[in-house]
Design a protein around this ligand. Sequence first.
Ligand code: ASP
Length: 309
Amino acid sequence: MPQSSRWALVIHGGAGQITRAVLAAAQDQGARAGLHAALAAGAALLAAGGTALDAVEAAVRVLEDDSHFNAGRGSAFTHDGGIEMDAAIMDGRDRAAGAVAGITRTRHPVALARRVMDHSPHVLLSGAGADAFSVEQELEQADAGWFETVARRRQLDAMLARGGDGFDVDMKYGTVGAVACDIHGHVAAATSTGGVTGKRWGRIGDSPLIGAGTHADDRAGAVSATGAGEFFIRANVAHEIGARARMLGESMLEAGAAAIAEVGAMGGSGGVILVGADGTGGWRFNTPGMYRGMVSAGAPAVVAIFGDE
Ligand code: ASP
């Protein structure tokens, strides 16, 4: 198998109205530490010749356990005060994919998405069935108390007090995702989220939808999105970026900029992380901030939050 010394890992922890004026120092520092920990977990695998697929799962698992982000522990609350998580993973080698939506008990939703990909004939499982599959696969289960945090409960309470109806574009998001390119020249993507605060009626966002919030294809690159999911679904952002790269010859970053401009033109906001099969990576977003980080062979890890960093 041809190998190169080039590997790269790009991660995000959500995009939104994240400015110095609104971000508390503790959240800033905690989120940066979490991003560094996730980069370190994925980079250790990639530097040792591991696969992009394993690296994105490892990075996302770290962020799922970190309550600074809206995935796994620290997930956003539904309108009813519950937790319903979505996740997806995709392998650029053969475009194998797995995803789950509306799950409630799995400590690492991305691990369940991976099981759907590796151990079921399906791509997307939802709700009670997905929860049952998780138990069957003997993945680690957690009580509601593991996922729930005081800060997220406050966000729901504030939204309900305002009479909000499940979709507040000013709220700070916190979905997590990772894209990677390994030394074998393969790419992968993973995304995990608690969705949007106050969601109801079984609402599912873009994160677990292959082609909307998550996509990987060795012929172009890998994408994980974050933002107002309804727009990313309608614009089919993650697939669109790869398609532009393949068919128009744009770089992944150029294609990402075009897709985010499209989301903006539709009235949506958010961002994407990207990596090409050549190992070039980065991000594009149209929000004031996005929790993000990147590390690659021979380059130190970089973490940023605000748009001007
Ligand atoms: N895109 C996610 C969703 O709509 C939310 C986010 O990225 O913060 O569920």
